[in-house]
Design a protein around this ligand. Structure first.
Ligand code: FA5
Ligand code: MG
Length: 466
């Protein structure tokens, strides 16, 4: 093997995650900081902003139409996370550079959709909401964290009980749509359910009118949720700035847009983005459930929609929290600001940030290993330099930095990437911003972290530091 994971410690023979013990194998790639986060259950911690956000969204999808599931264990099978949803065997999301594995068949769920099939099967009501912690190897910046929270939602209609004489459900869905209020806010929505190139046209299982109605019901439901969150955030900001002009307060004017998306288990699919802090922030993915999933769940007479919301991202909008790391803080200056809010949502307050501590930028440049052959899942090495889709060990670099610096790293950016014209060696330069949310880091501390990062990149990824 050109470069294997030589000096990284060997995986432990077994690992305990949130009270359950699993045998590991060569696929194991879950670092201790991630295992430590499993079991924190921020979505259930009273007065935690993620839990408050869950409650606010649940109120928009009320029982008994929706049934709630909030304590599903984070370790699932590859079948649950991927196969049950129609992910292709070679889908890049399955790679060890994107997903935390416990062993070959067992992983930390990467999304709450992992529970869709079983929940559709057991579901006795018209819909469900399912909130849980999810895990991904991903970027390091202020809107990404390796552990975050999602809420899965689904709503179904049944041909045999709600359809017309011919079993068509479009009219029933439109009738339900008519019960949802209008919000009057313009939404940029350039992708209709049907257009040239949309694969939905070849999908079987629903009529065009049904898909049209489902799409409208889905979009309106989610827009209403965002409008509610935004209205609450604005009211909190106005209350906080009582001495200033409320109408000129932060978050003036909500901007939303729908972007066409692709998921293996919905079609058509969309993502909803909200304009936040000068940029479009993706807050959820959704779509019309593909019929094979409902068929496999034993409910072929049902059709419906599903969504997956990033709860942490909505909480950021709601409280105007600009750094996702804050959710993991146990600092009373953070948690104390939300006390009593769950019990009385009118107490919602705009988060008052701690004073910002200085940033400390450090660069690291290196040559990638020269003979970067395929080291995909199961190959033994933990990296996947050379794979085209998620290649160049990008997520491995992120992971190594995060596992050394923990919450003392704010973001990591790839700032330069080139191939030497003669030798064809490939070079990368990353810029690391060390900054704690809670205190000023000392020079000695950042230098020590940087030295450990450099050493770990060399020893674990086999790169040559420049
Ligand atoms: C999904 O996870 C799909 N399961 C969503 C879905 C459900 C589609 C049901 C269709 C039907 P996606 O990877 O886009 O999709 O993630 C959904 C949301 O999770 C994102 O919009 C974002 O709000 C949030 N999210 C994704 N990655 C991170 C991260 N690293 N940190 C914080 N939030 C994240
Ligand atoms: Mg997405």
């Amino acid at each position: 093997r050109p470069f294997s994971n030589t000096s990284a410690p060997p995986p432990p023979p077994e690992v305990t995650i949130d009270g359950h013990t699993y045998k590991t194998d060569a696929w194991f790639n879950t670092p201790v900081n991630v295992i430590a986060a499993a079991g924190r259950r921020l979505h259930l911690q009273p007065d935690h902003p993620v839990a408050i956000t869950r409650q606010i969204i649940e109120a928009k999808f009320p029982a008994p139409t929706f049934k709630y599931h909030n304590s599903l264990h984070p370790v699932v099978s590859t079948f649950q996370n991927f196969d049950s949803l129609g992910f292709a065997p070679d889908h890049p999301g399955r790679s060890r550079s994107d997903t935390y594995y416990v062993n070959k068949d067992t992983l930390l769920r990467t999304h709450t959709s992992a529970h869709e099939l079983e929940t559709f099967r057991a579901n006795a009501s018209q819909g469900f909401l399912l909130s849980a912690d999810v895990y991904r190897r991903d970027e390091v910046d202020r809107t990404h964290y390796p552990v975050f929270h999602q809420m899965e939602g689904a709503r179904v209609w049944d041909r045999t009980t709600e359809g017309d004489d011919s079993g068509d459900l479009a009219a029933a869905i439109l009738k339900d749509l008519a019960t949802l209020p209008e919000h009057g806010i313009p939404v940029d929505d350039p992708s209709p359910a049907f257009h040239a190139g949309n694969p939905r046209q070849e999908e079987a299982g629903h009529s065009a009118a049904e898909v049209e109605a489902l799409g409208r019901h889905l979009k309106r439901s989610l827009e209403l949720m965002v409008v509610d969150v935004f209205t609450r955030a604005k009211a909190a900001a106005a209350a906080a700035d009582a001495d200033t002009d409320a109408s000129a307060g932060a978050g003036d004017g909500l901007r939303m847009r729908w972007v066409e998306a692709f998921f293996p288990f919905t079609s058509p699919s969309w993502e909803l983005e909200v304009f936040y802090e000068g940029d479009w922030l993706e807050v959820l993915g959704c779509g019309i459930s593909k019929q094979p999933i409902l068929d496999a769940a034993g409910v072929p007479s049902q059709i419906g929609w599903a969504f997956g919301i990033g709860l942490d991202r909505i909480a950021m909008l709601l409280f105007q929290i600009t750094d996702i790391r804050l959710f993991w803080s146990t600092d009373e200056r953070f948690l104390g600001q939300f006390r009593g809010v769950s019990a009385d949502l009118r107490k919602l307050a705009r988060f008052v940030p701690f004073s910002k501590h200085p940033a400390c930028y450090k660069d690291v440049s290196f040559w990638l290993p020269e003979t970067a052959a395929d080291t995909g899942p199961g190959a033994g090495a933990s990296t996947n330099f050379g794979s085209s889709e998620h290649g160049d060990g990008h997520n491995d670099v992120m992971e190594i930095i995060r596992s050394i610096a923990g919450d003392r790293v704010e973001d990591v950016k790839l700032i330069d990437s080139f191939t030497h014209p003669k030798t064809k060696r490939r070079s990368r330069c990353y810029r690391i911003n060390y900054r704690s949310l809670e205190r000023t880091l000392t020079n000695a501390e950042t230098n020590e972290m940087q030295a450990q990062v450099v050493a770990a990149l060399a020893s674990q990824l086999g790169v040559v530091i420049r």
